[in-house]
Ligand binder design. Structure first.
Ligand SMILES: *[C@@H]1O[C@H](CO)[C@@H](O)[C@H](O)[C@H]1NC(C)=O
Ligand SMILES: *[C@@H]1O[C@H](CO)[C@@H](O)[C@H](O)[C@H]1NC(C)=O
Ligand SMILES: *[C@@H]1O[C@H](CO)[C@@H](O)[C@H](O)[C@H]1NC(C)=O
Ligand SMILES: *[C@@H]1O[C@H](CO)[C@@H](O)[C@H](O)[C@H]1NC(C)=O
Ligand SMILES: *[C@@H]1O[C@H](CO)[C@@H](O)[C@H](O)[C@H]1NC(C)=O
Ligand SMILES: *[C@@H]1O[C@H](CO)[C@@H](O)[C@H](O)[C@H]1NC(C)=O
Ligand SMILES: *[C@@H]1O[C@H](CO)[C@@H](O)[C@H](O)[C@H]1NC(C)=O
Ligand SMILES: *[C@@H]1O[C@H](CO)[C@@H](O)[C@H](O)[C@H]1NC(C)=O
Ligand SMILES: *[C@@H]1O[C@H](CO)[C@@H](O)[C@H](O)[C@H]1NC(C)=O
Ligand SMILES: *[C@@H]1O[C@H](CO)[C@@H](O)[C@H](O)[C@H]1NC(C)=O
Ligand SMILES: *[C@@H]1O[C@H](CO)[C@@H](O)[C@H](O)[C@H]1NC(C)=O
Ligand SMILES: [Zn+2]
Length: 772
């Protein structure tokens, strides 16, 4: 299943994992030794062919894998399209399972074809749920999802197919590295899906009966988990949208920046308060990311901050949108499922196809926690002192933290988000980002708006070239649309590169991706003006898109992001997000939106100095989420009527990983979409696991020296040809070594976050690699 992961409290999220893979016995490596040699003409023909299917009778969902007819897709015709697709897939699976042959050509190829057909179509449904949600769409998804789950399950869980994959893996004994990874991926996925359940045999039952029973229960759990994930995100979306605070008194919006007040007045006007203005209101405040962040950071009215904070931290925790029972049910089912599959807990089960084990992941988190806890505590003390120096006499609470941090940051660095916004106009930032991808990866990203249908007028369309050759396409959906668009930011690969699935007469099917973010929309004539965090986010998602699009792999199971262990997925994204802090980059993206004046040197110095402001707190916060997630899946076995938040287990995590604990009644988990509806269950640690590799990779460029442009560009191509190209065709640890010449270590990350000194970092590196 394609997973678009919307997220909330973090500037950074992903993602997309489309998974599924060439030819009989002797076929050699699927890796292209050189870039695909497709002429521009060939590509244009291919695109035209897809676009030709844009005719009145064509199926808007299925006519073209590249360019679904977003302007014609409706909830109603989705039902028609998918119903016929499901019937087609069922009969293809019957045929495949019934086949007497087990070979790459007879088994893996058709399996990939079938899976891909489902993945590509359902990716669109997932996508529309994320960006164009509506009651009508939900009703249709409720109706179709059980069938989609049943068919995906049939595919991933088929015992005949599992046996064939095993037989193929054993057969010739000389598969290439990439082919081996394809087979391992198919086999592990099948195992995870319950294709090889080893059921305990109760007395009076035969082994087969027990197996059938276990499989039925396993499937039932999958079905329930799928529904519960949808419940979870719908509850969250609804309860987030339900909070509305209309403010009419100017005094109550004191402190809030005028750019935000413009949006809040626009929202009030849309809600029927005609004539609302930024200056005199009324203003409508919600729990969408821009509102929440603005209030927490700037609102002078402490009661307003407390109200909004409390509403945010308790979203989806009461009434008809309560996620607490959903969370408990999900956890209970995940633990049961893990047991059925032969694992002792959900973390072991969910991590069986990752780089890390629960043990190695926790060890890394603990190493980072140990390095950041004391710093975070000290940062809190310093913040309390600062607040006191501003005449604050109360106890510093959670809703005071961002507010005083903002003031402290302003005092320390004389820098606010509002100082930088005018210099980060969305179109200029995007152009500068695309200059960077051209420089580092020789990847050109060219706008072609209007060439294909989109789902919202604000969506942009781009064609992507590698070394001047067409290489794929990219949609970008930039602005917040509360009510129909999930919060957060993510990348999703809608169509993956594949030789097998190329159009007739073509060598390769090129990939396509979407990037979704939630920045403030343009107000009046001004473009969308971004904060540094928003800049970092678009770089991050572009990192994912580069890996999805620049891949040289031709087997769909391991091309682009597919088949990469999930805890390595955030490597290129967190690598690219480090770049906007570099002088060369920031001056190319930072131009005043009115005057074109380049971001002043002085402002850059402040941004650079502020980068590690409260980094102990930020790192620890991520570790809190990661440790919470891992602990939950490794150690929590729900009891009826209990909430995780009431357990000692939860208190233990809080004690160890927070300097300022959550407020009583906090229901953060009820909004933790990553792990309950986003495919990051027992996987949130992967952000840090991957970031260690990201920053160690970035350090390779720092070691060269950023001003050494020729050498930097060469290093960029090496990065492209290893980490961005190899996809899942080689173990990520080995790919990292191909690039870096050694395994990753934490010292570069800790140094980059100013948690250890340069000399300590050097000492650690020398200790780990005496001969480096
Ligand atoms: C697309 O349609 C146009 C006009 O109908 C036709 O001239 C062209 O050959 C078609 N292209 C392909 C690749 O089918
Ligand atoms: C329009 O689409 C239908 C269904 O995909 C197809 O059979 C027909 O040939 C297409 N017509 C043109 C003019 O491309
Ligand atoms: C296995 O494949 C490799 C590379 O594809 C080749 O060099 C080697 O000779 C093959 N070995 C056998 C036993 O076929
Ligand atoms: C989840 O949603 C379905 C309908 O979509 C509903 O029948 C079910 O009761 C919900 N479950 C929970 C635990 O909210
Ligand atoms: C602060 O906001 C609350 C509502 O959130 C309001 O009742 C109160 O009057 C405001 N106080 C000031 C000083 O503006
Ligand atoms: C924890 O950090 C301290 C220094 O802050 C160090 O002396 C100690 O070895 C670290 N422990 C672990 C397990 O990393
Ligand atoms: C803070 O920066 C602004 C320009 O952004 C400048 O006008 C002001 O003088 C600075 N204040 C201090 C205290 O340095
Ligand atoms: C980069 O791409 C251009 C075409 O856009 C090509 O001419 C050039 O050779 C490529 N550079 C490298 C180093 O491959
Ligand atoms: C800013 O640059 C853009 C593009 O280069 C140009 O169209 C615009 O006229 C410039 N504006 C000013 C005020 O110089
Ligand atoms: C937190 O842990 C410390 C020791 O590490 C212990 O002294 C303290 O009582 C704990 N606090 C809570 C609230 O559990
Ligand atoms: C530490 O190294 C960074 C570059 O890696 C450099 O910018 C910084 O000035 C160094 N700090 C000290 C205290 O030497
Ligand atoms: Zn990401």
């Amino acid at each position: 299943m394609a997973i678009a992961v919307p997220g909330l409290m973090l500037p950074i999220m992903l993602l997309s994992l489309l998974s599924m893979g060439l030819a009989e016995g002797q076929v050699k490596s699927a890796i292209l030794e050189e870039k695909p040699q497709r002429s521009l003409l060939e590509y244009m023909q291919l695109v035209q062919m897809a676009e030709n299917s844009t005719n009145a009778t064509a199926d808007p969902l299925l006519a073209s894998p590249w360019f679904p007819l977003y302007d014609k897709i409706t909830p109603d015709n989705l039902v028609t399209s998918l119903t016929s697709l499901f019937a087609e897939l069922d009969s293809s699976i019957d045929h495949l399972e019934g086949s007497h042959y087990a070979s790459w050509q007879d088994t893996v190829d058709p399996f990939e074809e079938i899976s891909d057909r489902m993945n590509v179509a359902w990716a669109v449904v997932d996508h529309l749920q994320g960006v164009k949600n509506s009651d009508a769409l939900r009703a249709v998804v409720d109706q179709l999802q059980p069938e989609q789950v049943r068919i995906s399950q049939r595919l991933s869980q088929s015992s005949p197919l599992y046996s064939k994959f095993e037989a193929i893996r054993k057969s010739t004994g000389n598969w290439s590295e990439s082919e081996t990874r394809v087979l391992n991926n198919l086999i592990t996925t099948a195992k995870l899906a319950g294709a090889a359940l080893e059921a305990a045999v109760p007395e009076g039952k035969s082994k087969d009966e027990a197996r059938v029973e276990a499989t039925n229960r396993f499937n039932d759990i999958n079905m329930q988990l799928s529904t519960l994930a949808t419940n979870f995100s719908n509850n969250l979306l609804d309860s987030t949208a339900a909070f509305k605070r209309l403010i009419t008194e100017k005094a109550d919006v004191s402190g809030l920046p005028s750019s935000f007040l413009g949006q809040a007045a626009q929202k009030a006007a849309e809600a029927g308060h005609a004539g609302a203005t930024a200056d005199s209101g009324p203003w409508l405040i919600g729990l969408d990311q821009p509102s929440y962040t603005a209030v927490m950071t700037y609102a002078d009215n402490r009661t307003l901050r407390q109200d909004v904070y409390t509403a945010y931290e308790t979203r989806a925790s009461s009434g008809s949108t309560n996620n607490s029972p959903v969370v408990e049910q999900i956890m209970s089912l995940r633990q049961e499922q893990a047991r059925l599959a032969g694992y002792s807990n959900a973390a072991e089960y969910l991590m069986s196809n990752k780089m890390a084990t629960p043990k190695t992941a926790m060890a890394l988190l603990e190493e980072l926690r140990n390095a950041s806890f004391a710093t975070a505590q000290k940062e809190l003390t310093v913040l309390r002192d600062f607040a006191a120096s501003q005449g604050f006499t109360e106890t510093l609470m959670n809703w005071d933290q961002s507010y005083y941090a903002q003031k402290q940051q302003a005092a320390l660095f004389n820098l606010t988000d509002e100082d930088v916004r005018p210099y980060f106009a969305y179109p200029t930032v995007l152009a500068g980002l695309h200059e960077l991808t051209a420089r580092l990866f020789n990847a050109t990203i060219v706008a072609d708006d209007g060439a294909v249908p989109v789902w919202d007028p604000s969506v942009r369309f781009f064609r992507v070239y590698r070394d001047g050759q067409p290489k794929g396409h990219l949609y970008i959906d930039p602005y917040a649309r509360p009510g129909e668009k999930q919060q957060g930011a993510w990348e999703a690969t809608m169509v993956s590169q594949s030789a097998l699935l190329a159009a007739p007469g073509q060598k390769l099917r090129l990939p396509g991706a979407v990037i979704v973010t939630n920045q403030s929309p343009p107000v009046g004539d001004a473009p969308s003006l971004m904060t540094m965090d928003e800049v970092v986010t678009i770089f991050h998602e572009t990192g994912h898109a580069m890996q999805a699009l620049l891949t040289t792999q031709t087997d769909v199971t391991v091309s682009g992001i597919n088949g990469i262990e999930q805890d390595a997925i955030e490597q290129p994204s967190q690598f690219l997000e480090r770049w906007p802090y570099e002088q060369e980059v920031i001056f190319s993206i930072g131009k005043h939106y009115k005057t074109n004046e380049t971001l002043p040197e002085e402002l850059y110095q402040k941004i650079a100095a502020a980068r590690n402001y409260r980094s102990g707190t930020d790192v620890l916060r991520q570790l809190y989420f990661a440790i919470l997630d891992l602990t939950l899946h490794e150690q929590y076995f729900p009891k009826p009527g209990q909430s995780f938040e009431d357990t000692d287990l939860f208190k233990g995590v809080v004690n160890k990983t927070t300097a300022l604990p959550p407020i009583p009644g906090d229901r953060f988990l009820n909004g933790f979409t990553h792990i309950f509806s986003g495919g990051y269950a027992a996987g949130y640690y992967g952000y840090k696991w991957a970031q260690v590799m990201s920053i160690d990779g970035f350090a390779a460029f720092e070691e060269i020296g950023m001003s050494n442009t020729g050498a930097i560009d060469k290093e960029g191509l090496r990065y492209r040809d290893t980490i961005l190209s190899m996809g899942g065709a080689r173990a990520p640890g080995l790919v990292f070594q191909d690039f870096r010449g050694r395994p990753p270590i934490t010292a570069p990350l800790l140094k980059d976050e100013a948690l250890i000194s340069n000399s300590t970092a050097t000492a650690q590196l020398t200790k780990a690699y005496p001969n480096a």
